[in-house]
Design a protein around this ligand. Structure first.
Ligand code: FAD
Length: 456
């Protein structure tokens, strides 16, 4: 009887971040869940490559982790980031707080540690995990999935009732679905790529720069960022265009990278002793946005997380959005009478929100690399903070709506647009907040912005 949850079975492809959380949420609801992962078990063999790659975790992600019973274990490894520490070209620094106080911060978590914690929790909850099983092909009529074991190339066939693709941006399930139905897929390359570098601990074992911040070196068309790790290192990411000067076309080896750092990131250079080696050995990552018009194939398959909507990383929301997808899918599966209706309702709710965060992530790249040291922008930000204090119900900065609240991304996007127009209008012709007519400012806020309801 497929309408009884405890008889239902779901097969998830990918035991990454979304796969592990979704599996846990479904098992808690009485589903039987099998998860198939292409790689070996990271708890046995260490996380791929052992490089220290970290992610910013925010409220949406933490909410999902709380529901999955994982927040406490994850937060044990997390490092608080209160704001952006901007490193100017002349060596000055400025901490721009993200929120009002330490209740509004983001958290740096190590991808590998996070994955290991989530897998342990999933397994303890009753999820069956199958490693070294890469999805190769799907027969949707017979409902048989074929997996390859990467260790010996052997094929393994598994019967399924329904598949969930949590297999990331290069999703094999998406490719299999596309052979049967047009998902309306298109990918837009950003034209910029990234390279990861590492700042080790200081000689005495401490953090070599302020630990509780996301460091940014904005330089117009390009930038560096650094996020802290709990082992007192920082992961640095250098973002450069693919063409032009400087770009990955002109910065081709370690010596070129050193010259670029000497000129543009001089205060970061002494912190990265293995700059040349990191630059030459670490892969160059592509950045792109993946858009699909459809995320499911009737009741047989549905996509979540990066498999459905990979985005550029500049809002630090890809994982947070993927976790929010997991909660939404689990809730629709509870509420709907059958899988096809649940998948359709999930897509109807989440697709417009994914589009909104994809757009905001693209906009944030411009903001981070080009605007955080710009005078007009700083004045608008100062007014934004004032209005958020004076009118907390009407004016919530877009960054806060996305990062510290769970209002739908599409709402945050639309309100953010209205608020930005207002900030530009109100600061036009001013160089400081002191010359503003606060009566007119307050009246404009009330006239133009309705109070933001938390479940707007
Ligand atoms: P993934 O984490 O990619 O997991 C997919 C899993 O599926 C993997 O385990 C993979 O091995 C497995 N798999 C793949 N193919 C198959 C197959 N054929 N069969 C079986 N298994 C398969 N997000 C944030 O929220 N905050 C950040 O600060 C942030 N920073 C980022 C920085 C960079 C440089 C990048 C590139 C991304 C960043 N993101 C960030 C985005 C985040 O990494 C992704 O959104 C998130 O990992 C998506 O989770 P997922 O589970 O959908 O996919």
């Amino acid at each position: 009887n497929v309408t009884e949850p405890h008889n239902r079975h779901i097969t998830i492809i990918g035991a990454g971040l979304a796969g592990a959380v979704l599996a846990t949420l479904l098992v808690q609801r009485g589903w039987r869940v099998d998860v198939y992962e292409k790689r070996g078990d990271p708890r046995v063999q260490g996380y791929g490559g052992g490089r220290s790659i970290n992610l910013a975790l925010a409220e949406r992600g933490r909410h999902a982790l709380r529901l999955a019973g994982a927040d406490e274990s994850v937060m044990r490894h997390a490092v608080m980031m209160r704001g952006r520490m901007v490193h100017f070209l002349d060596g000055r620094t400025d901490l721009q707080r993200y929120g009002r106080d330490d209740s509004e911060v983001i958290w740096s978590v190590h991808r590998g540690e996070l994955n290991v914690v989530l897998l342990d929790i999933a397994e303890r909850a009753g999820v069956r995990l199958h490693f070294d099983r890469g999805l190769r092909d799907v027969d949707f009529d017979a409902r048989i999935a074929t997996f390859t074991d990467p260790r010996d190339g052997s094929a393994h066939q598994v019967a399924f009732e329904s598949l969930v693709g949590a297999d990331g941006a290069g999703s094999s399930l998406r490719a299999a679905m596309t052979k049967r139905t047009d998902l309306g897929e298109r990918t837009e390359l950003l034209g910029h790529s990234y390279k990861e570098l590492e700042i080790p601990p200081a000689a005495d074992g401490s953090f070599p720069i302020e630990p509780n911040a996301l460091h940014i070196w904005p330089r117009g068309r390009y930038m560096c960022i650094a996020l802290p790790n709990d082992e007192r290192t920082f992961t640095v990411t250098l973002f450069l265009p693919n063409e032009g000067n400087p770009s990955f076309a002109t910065i081709r080896n370690g010596a070129d990278a050193r010259a670029l750092f000497e000129r543009d990131f001089a205060d970061a250079l002494p912190l990265i002793p293995d700059l040349e080696r990191d630059f030459e050995q670490n892969p160059t990552g592509l950045l792109a946005t993946l858009y699909l018009d459809r995320w499911h194939f009737d009741d047989r398959a549905v996509l979540v997380g990066d498999a459905a909507h990979a985005m550029v990383p500049f809002h630090g929301q890809g994982m947070n959005c993927a976790f929010e997808d997991c909660v939404a899918l689990a809730e629709h599966l509870d509420a709907q009478p059958d899988l096809a209706s649940a998948y359709a309702a999930f897509q109807a709710e989440r697709l417009p929100n994914a589009r909104a965060i994809q757009a905001m992530a693209l906009e944030n790249y411009l903001e981070m690399r080009d605007r955080v040291d710009d005078d007009d922008y700083l004045l608008q930000r100062a007014l934004e903070r004032k209005l958020a204090e004076r009118h907390p119900a009407h004016f919530v900065p877009r960054y806060s709506m996305v990062t510290f609240q769970r209002v739908p991304y599409a709402t945050a996007y639309e309100r953010g647009r209205q608020q930005r127009e207002l900030l530009i209008e109100l600061t036009r012709g001013h160089h400081s907040l002191d010359t503003l007519d606060w009566h007119a400012v307050d009246a404009a806020v009330h006239a133009r912005l309705s109070p933001l309801s938390v479940d707007a």
